[in-house]
Design a protein around this ligand. Structure first.
Ligand SMILES: NC(=O)c1ccc[n+]([C@@H]2O[C@H](COP(=O)([O-])OP(=O)(O)OC[C@H]3O[C@@H](n4cnc5c(N)ncnc54)[C@H](OP(=O)(O)O)[C@@H]3O)[C@@H](O)[C@H]2O)c1
Length: 327
């Protein structure tokens, strides 16, 4: 294990204040300080953190987001495509082939949400994956290393089949699995940022994962990078962002609303979105149609429009909405 600086969102050598300094600072003083800093810091002051969430109304009056550690609904292709397009390609930074390019977006998530992603889709391709945990980052890193090495072993075992599929009809998943077959992983700790990265030894081939235990620090580091910053849940992490008075003014919310087509039925949920966006007292305003596309710079895919669209196959209707803090 080395302690060299590493090329990951939390691993780069930065001159931003230390996590403790950030937490101790008065938010306004911190903003003013950032505004007077060199390029990356003033960019950071202008950047936003997008909370990307899919919600469903529940009888308890709350918006459900999860059930038993997974999503409450079956796979909804339009929502998955929208999530991928926004977080991977939003602002035109996507690398499209699943690797991490020079400019990639960052996705910040809780440890449980990372574990809820089906193994063949994690780490999320073409994005810098950033996980927060209250446990020791090294412990989480070791378990992720085991997971990635298993995935690489499985991919090597079926390399011939993957190569045949790639020749016949290539898909992003097959491309990613072939890259996985080539990958060897290493764990690198960065004492300066108190983070641990699990990354491919060949840089950029498979997206790396960076694990840290300070949410504010993770967000600030991601903001200082070139790509966009997305918080992709779950409930604990959304809540922590919403409650952080320094980060809150930077937040924008990208919400996909999902309802069952049968009005009297609902999805059972045990995990909920923390705040009522419709309640004026909470200080959110919905953005106008068209503003969403300006934010994300991607078209809402068919079925995930700003108007309700029915997906008869899954038995749901969905629409996308955007929210920003009231000025
Ligand atoms: N509908 C959606 O859009 C959506 C999106 C994402 C997730 N989900 C669903 O939401 C559920 C998971 O949400 P969740 O709230 O249970 O878990 P989560 O927010 O994904 O992860 C919680 C974990 O994150 C770490 N953590 C939380 N707050 C932290 C902080 N302030 N600093 C450092 N680490 C922190 C802790 O990890 P340790 O335990 O390791 O200490 C904690 O156990 C799943 O059902 C998932 O499918 C839904």
């Amino acid at each position: 294990m080395s302690s060299n600086p590493i090329a990951t969102p939390l691993g780069t050598t930065l001159s931003t204040p230390s996590p403790t300094e950030l937490q101790d600072q008065d938010p306004l003083a911190a903003e003013a300080e950032k505004a007077s800093m060199p390029h990356s810091h003033s960019t950071q002051a202008l950047k936003h953190i997008y909370l990307v969430v899919a919600t469903t109304p529940c009888k308890n009056g709350r918006l459900g987001i999860g059930m038993n550690g997974k999503l409450p609904w079956p796979m909804i292709r339009a929502d998955m495509d929208y999530f991928k397009k926004v977080t991977r390609d939003g602002s035109g930074t996507g690398t499209y082939d699943g690797s991490v390019g020079k400019v990639s977006n960052s996705v910040i998530m809780g440890r449980k949400t990372y574990e809820s992603i089906p193994p063949r889709f994690r780490p999320l391709a073409g994005r810098n994956n950033v996980i927060v945990t209250r446990s020791k980052p090294m412990d989480v890193a070791r378990s992720i290393l085991d997971d990635l090495e298993k995935q690489a072993g499985d991919a090597r075992g079926k390399r011939a089949e993957l190569e045949r599929k790639q020749a016949e009809s290539p898909t992003a998943t097959v491309t990613q699995q072939l890259k996985m077959a080539e990958a060897e992983f290493e764990v690198v700790s960065n004492d300066e940022t108190n983070t641990v990265a699990v990354r491919s030894k060949i840089e950029g081939v498979v997206p790396g994962v960076t694990i840290g235990s300070n949410l504010r620090s993770a967000a600030e580091h991601c903001l200082s990078q070139s790509g966009e910053v997305y918080c992709i849940g779950g409930a604990e992490i959304y809540n922590a962002f919403l409650k952080d008075e320094t980060l809150r003014p930077k937040l924008r919310i990208l919400q996909t609303e999902i309802r069952k087509l049968k009005d009297d039925e609902e999805f059972e949920c045990d995990t909920f979105w923390p705040e009522d966006l419709e309640d004026a007292q909470n200080g959110w305003s919905e953005v106008q149609t068209g503003q969403l596309q300006k934010w994300t710079r991607v078209e809402p895919p068919q079925g995930a429009s700003v108007d309700w669209k029915d997906d008869e196959k899954v038995g749901v209707r969905l629409r996308v909405r955007g929210w920003e803090p009231k000025s």
